[in-house]
Structure formats: structure tokens, C-alpha cells
Design a protein around this ligand. Structure first.
Ligand code: SAH
Length: 252
């Protein structure tokens, strides 16, 4: 198994593959003021195993096109959709967020939790805009500095790992520059990282190592996850996941 497949395997059994929760997905739905009675076409990009797709399809009268490039995540979502009888509401597909198979103005809403960083925040906003109808909504979560200044150690870490990390005010400016009107933003609470994300990963580590015969590759993935968790424990006040909600405005 290559490194990426090992990472998918470590995360496959968890409810979410990034920080988040049903309560916070619903909070973003409320902020966007999505009407739960009118039919909505939604794309959930980088959906993972589809925790947010299920919330969207449950809370709203929606058809959710759920896309991720991990075939194993999509397979698990397909099984869940079938067992919940939600085939008419969630359509999981394997696909690349950089080359989405969708038409112009096809969606009322583009949703993406903890995944736009794979393209970069501004690049994702730019690339996905054409799929949203004018007046439609984009709601994305993105790792974000909580303040203007921070300790050098954490600054160096994230600048190395994700150079375009920035503050909420700069991300709001990027939203404006890419042709959207900001509606709101909020930071996910700490339990979205700890209880909802890191704790299930930690709990799954012994079985993961066993499945992969304690291989060097598996151990190095575990070490990287543990280093990230330690970093969050120490410096979690300085960065977080922010949810950004905005509306597509017409071209100038
Ligand atoms: N939205 C989910 C998953 C977040 S993890 C949740 O909140 O739980 C980020 C996801 O992006 C992973 O599932 C990963 O497989 C997916 N991903 C990464 N690069 C991608 C790409 N180029 N196209 C589609 N999905 C991608």
C-alpha cells in the first residue's frame, strides 16, 4: 500500500476526515439561510466519507453531488447512502476537485469542509465559482490564524506545510476579490478537533498498525499524525478551522 492509501486507511473508519461536526455544519446552513423547503442542488467537494453530505441531505430538501478522489471513502459513503435509503438525495462520485465534471451555474450551493486547502483557498474559490448560479452560496472551511501575531514555532510550521495560511480578515478579502459577497464566518470550537477528529484517529492507531504489520511506512504516518496532534495541543489557540459563507455576485 502506498503512503496515500495508508493515510486513507487510517481515516476510513472515522466519521470525519477533518475537524467538524453536525452541529457546526448546521450552524453554517443557518448562516447561509438556506431554505429547507425549496429543492436545492448542492455539491459537497472533498466530501470524504460524507458526514457533511448526510447532514445537508437530512436538514435540507437537497440533491447532494458528493465528490472525493478517494475511492475507498466514496465506497463507504455509497454503502451508507444505500443503508439509509438516501439514493435520491446523495450521489457519491470519485472525482478530482481540480477538474469537476459539472456544468456552469449547475448548483445552488457549493459546500466543502476541510478540503479546499488541497487547491488553495483562493484557487478553489476561483475554480468553483462558475458552477454556482448567480446568487448561490459557497460554504467552505479552511485552516486560519486566529490572531495577527503568533509564536514563531507555529508560524514556521504552518508556513512550511501550508504557505498560504492567513487570517480570517485576509480570507474575507480573498472572498471579495474572487467575486463573492461575504455572509459570515466563525471558528469551529475545539471539540471539533479533539472529540470529533483527533480522538477517533488516536483510538484507531493500534488496529491500524496491526493491519499493516507495524511497517515503517505505517509507523511514520502515525508519527506524523501524533506530531500534528501535539502541535494542536500546544498551539491550538493560534490557529483553527474557520467556516466561511459567501454569496456569488454577478460579474462586475
Ligand atoms: N469533507 C470531509 C473530508 C475532509 S479531508 C470531512 O470534513 O470529513 C479532505 C478530503 O479531500 C479527503 O477526503 C481527500 O480524499 C479529499 N481530496 C484531496 N484532494 C482532492 C482532490 N484533488 N479532489 C477531490 N478530493 C480531494
Amino acid at each position: 500500500m502506498n503512503e496515500l492509501d495508508l493515510i486513507f486507511d487510517l481515516h476510513l473508519r472515522n466519521d470525519r476526515q477533518g475537524p467538524g461536526s453536525a452541529a457546526e455544519t448546521n450552524r453554517a446552513i443557518d448562516l447561509a439561510r438556506l431554505d429547507s423547503k425549496s429543492p436545492l442542488a448542492i455539491a459537497d467537494i472533498g466530501c470524504g466519507t460524507g458526514a457533511s453530505s448526510v447532514v445537508l441531505a437530512t436538514t435540507l430538501h437537497a440533491h447532494v453531488s458528493a465528490v472525493d478522489f478517494s475511492a475507498s471513502f466514496i465506497e463507504r459513503l455509497r454503502a451508507e447512502v444505500a443503508s439509509r435509503g438516501m439514493q435520491d438525495h446523495i450521489e457519491p462520485i470519485v472525482g478530482n476537485m481540480e477538474a469537476l465534471p459539472y456544468g456552469d451555474a449547475q448548483f445552488d450551493v457549493i459546500w466543502s469542509e476541510g478540503a479546499i486547502y488541497n487547491m488553495g483557498f483562493a484557487a478553489g474559490l476561483r475554480a468553483w465559482r462558475r458552477f454556482i448560479r448567480p446568487g448561490g452560496i459557497i460554504a467552505v472551511s479552511e485552516i486560519t490564524w486566529t490572531t495577527a501575531h503568533r509564536p514563531t514555532a507555529i508560524e514556521e510550521h504552518w508556513t512550511r506545510e501550508y504557505p498560504s495560511i492567513t487570517t480570517a480578515s485576509t480570507n474575507l478579502q480573498r472572498i471579495e476579490e474572487e467575486g463573492y459577497e461575504p455572509i459570515g464566518m466563525f471558528f469551529l470550537p475545539r471539540d471539533c478537533w479533539e472529540a470529533a477528529y483527533y480522538e477517533p484517529i488516536s483510538a484507531g492507531i493500534p488496529a491500524f498498525l496491526e493491519r499493516h504489520d507495524n511497517s515503517d511506512a505505517a509507523r511514520s504516518i502515525v508519527a506524523a499524525e501524533q506530531a500534528e496532534m501535539a502541535l494542536y495541543q500546544e498551539y491550538g489557540a493560534w490557529f483553527g478551522y474557520a467556516f466561511y459563507i459567501a454569496r456569488k455576485i454577478n460579474d462586475a
